[in-house]
Design a protein around this ligand. Structure first.
Ligand code: TPP
Length: 668
């Protein structure tokens, strides 16, 4: 419905001191995405584009925010923010190719709709899970703050998304760290079919600002001049006084959640009521009344945009479908990394595993000015295992950061740091707590390079493992949750020398690395380790013992159980392989040894089903079958959670079982 006279303008527009050119820029900013959407709805009906999430009626928010930010200030949009992309002048044919899954899009056909980012345009698109975007914005803003560049960033969500824990965590962190982020909540009445009264139980989402200790404002989201002028003032003030601001934009979702799902559950009265507040048509009438716009100009703009849309659609439609090429698909999962060997010619000292990790980390902090450590109690307290003791004195609190208890926001923030030029090491206080940060690890860190060519230069340190009487929530060795996820590297050293060199490489590597550190080995295993910085390659196992009768494959604490067993049974002649890295896996070392010995036993500390041992066993069977003299054996912990009492825990762990199984295999 188009308001025809000034009396039908719903909003009380106030242009303040805005010149005509700015008023027109905002108008054109809203008109273009509206026309693109109208075209998309036609193409959708013709089956020429897939799913479509409409932002019709919400354009003023994206346009106003994007208009006040500089082109090099990051914006993190959601699925209804087409105008963010068009305001950044992305060539339309690239957007169209993206939506058609073609190579000229932003994801090589690997992700759909608005699920992409582009460094070129300083846009970081969403992942389906919504919530982690806020934490990523925290990280981007933290990098801006550390650089002291006075830049702000803006992140979007709907009101539905605000119910997610990730969002709460990120808002809290932003407030505690005073990060310059504009947290933009588009309250459009519905999260899919769920109305606001079933989504939250406060009057305004902006009211939550008080709880976070954060400035918050409510803005009439369909009034472009209110959005623009308020945002302009706020952004200018944030640049000089960096801080987070929570903004609730009142608006309405005029179409279905996505086009196929319809709006049956929305009363027509509501749709009519909000139709009268259409941000584009009201503003158009206002500009006509002001004499800034004329009917001829409107026609001229519409024709110009329609021509641009049609020409760009022609380009996208003419582009051939993307071809499947297995090598390209596999090669894009990780960012290429040229491992550089750094050898230390220095003296050695006899140190514990924990000292080696601490040293490796400290030397990496010296080597990489842009490395930030984050974790609970890692600053003055030095972390619960004291790995970062003394770091804050040496590197300062900007780079050694205590975090609130919020694993999801911190992993997401690490992603944001990486996007904005930093490296991050996140310490999980215990590997068990990674469950609370699982979402961004699996969905953000692991998939970003494959999806839109963006690295995740993050190491997550995982103090893990049983044998310390710590019960079900402080004893897990959960590497198999991550080895199953393409895009992550998984490192699991058993010795101080390996731990130090592999940690250095993990930090050098721009890909996300899950770095497992066995707590029971922290203070029990010593070794002579070079005092200087050095690196060791990922994906190379080490052959600790050589023998012709059997191949033992293990890692972590298993290595020490196997060594003990071999020491107590010197008659056993075994190759002992310490994998050191689980992803990438050194299959070459495994096959070479098994082809020599003809017998293989795999020992893992984790419970059996779905663990690494099962996959290695399958690989051996598939690749070395002709050389095998016995079935491959797997030895693992019981299929139970990890018990606390010492005798229950030792019954749970596979150490004793290992010896029996090894002897059985040898006598096969
Ligand atoms: C973790 C997760 N849960 C559920 C969904 C499904 N989902 C996608 S968008 C959406 C509604 C989001 O509502 P809101 O945040 O209000 O944004 P709007 O779509 O209204 O703009 C839902 C339920 C999802 N993508 N991710």
């Amino acid at each position: 419905m188009k308001p025809e006279t000034s009396t039908q303008i719903f909003f009380d527009y106030n242009r303040k001191d805005l010149d005509d050119a700015t008023l027109l820029k905002l108008y054109r900013g809203m008109l273009k995405p509206r026309l693109i959407e109208e075209k998309m709805l036609i193409l959708l009906r013709q089956g020429k584009v897939s799913k479509w999430f409409s932002g019709i009626g919400q354009e003023a928010i994206s346009v106003g925010i994007t208009a006040v930010l500089d082109k090099d200030e990051y914006i993190l949009p959601m699925h209804r923010n087409l105008a963010v992309f068009t305001m950044r002048d992305i060539p339309l044919h690239r957007l169209f190719s993206q939506w058609q899954g073609k190579a000229n899009g932003f994801t090589k056909g690997r992700d759909r709709s608005f699920h992409f980012g582009t460094q070129e345009f300083h846009i970081v698109g969403m992942i389906s899970h919504l919530g982690p975007q806020f934490g990523v914005a925290d990280g981007i803003a933290l990098a801006n703050k550390l650089k002291g560049n006075n830049k702000v960033c803006a992140v979007f969500t709907g009101e539905g998304g605000t119910s997610e824990g990730d969002i709460h965590e990120a808002l809290n962190v932003a407030s505690v760290w005073q990060l310059p982020v504009l947290f933009c909540v588009e309250n459009n009445g519905y999260g899919l079919s769920t109305p606001t009264n079933e989504q939250y139980n406060c009057e305004h989402i902006a009211d939550r600002g008080k709880g976070y200790g954060m400035e918050a404002h409510i803005i009439e989201g369909n009034n472009i001049l209110e959005v623009y002028t308020k945002l302009k003032d706020l952004v200018e003030s944030m640049r000089t006084n960096p801080r987070p601001i929570l903004l609730e934009f009142k608006t309405f979702r005029m179409r279905g959640h996505e086009e196929a799902s319809g709006t049956k559950y929305v009363s027509t009265n509501l749709i009519d009521e909000w139709g009268l507040r259409d941000p584009l048509l009201n503003y158009e009438t206002y500009l006509l009344n002001e004499g800034v716009l004329s009917e001829e100009k409107i026609q001229q703009f519409r024709e110009e945009f329609k021509r641009e849309i049609d020409e760009n659609l022609d380009i996208a439609f003419a582009e051939p479908k993307i071809e499947f090429n297995e090598t390209i698909e596999l090669n894009d999962v990780y960012k290429p990394f040229n491992y550089e060997e750094v050898t230390a010619n220095s003296a050695k000292e006899n140190i514990r595993l924990i000292d080696a990790i601490s040293q490796g980390l400290k030397q990496s902090m010296k080597r990489h000015d842009n490395l930030v450590i984050m974790g609970q109690d890692v600053a003055e307290y030095g972390g619960v295992f004291k790995i970062t003791e003394g770091f804050v004195e040496q590197f300062g609190k900007d780079r050694v950061r205590n975090t609130p208890i919020c694993e999801s926001a911190i992993v997401s923030a690490a992603m944001g740091l990486s996007i904005n030029g930093y490296k991050a090491v996140v310490e999980m206080q215990f590997a068990d707590f990674v469950t609370s940060g699982f979402n961004p690890i699996i969905n953000y860190l692991a998939k970003s390079h494959y999806r839109w060519n963006e690295k995740a230069d993050v190491v997550v340190r995982m103090p893990c493992g049983a044998g310390v009487g710590a019960g079900p929530f402080h004893s897990q060795t959960n590497e198999a949750w991550f080895t199953h996820t393409p895009g992550l590297k998984v490192v699991y050293p058993a010795f101080p020398y390996d731990a130090k060199g592999l940690l250095a490489t993990s930090i050098e590597d721009p890909n996300p690395v899950m770095f497992f550190e066995h707590k029971a080995l922290y203070r029990s295993i010593r070794q002579d380790v070079p005092t200087d910085y050095y690196t060791l390659p990922l994906g190379k196992a080490s052959l600790l013992k050589e023998g012709k009768d059997v191949t033992i494959i293990t890692y972590g604490a298993g290595v020490h159980w196997a060594l003990e067993t071999l020491e107590q049974n010197p008659e056993i002649k075994a190759d002992l392989i310490d994998l050191r890295t689980l992803v990438p896996l050194d299959t070459e070392a495994i096959y070479k040894s098994v082809k020599k010995t003809g017998k293989a036993i795999i020992l893992q500390e984790d419970s059996m089903f779905g663990g690494i041992a099962s996959d290695i066993s399958a690989l051996i069977t598939e690749n070395c079958f002709e050389h095998l003299d016995a079935p491959v054996k797997r030895v693992a912990s019981l299929e139970t959670p990890i018990p606390f009492a010492a005798n229950l825990e030792s019954g749970y762990l596979p150490k004793e079982k290992f010896k029996e199984n090894l002897l059985e295999l040898l006598s096969y």
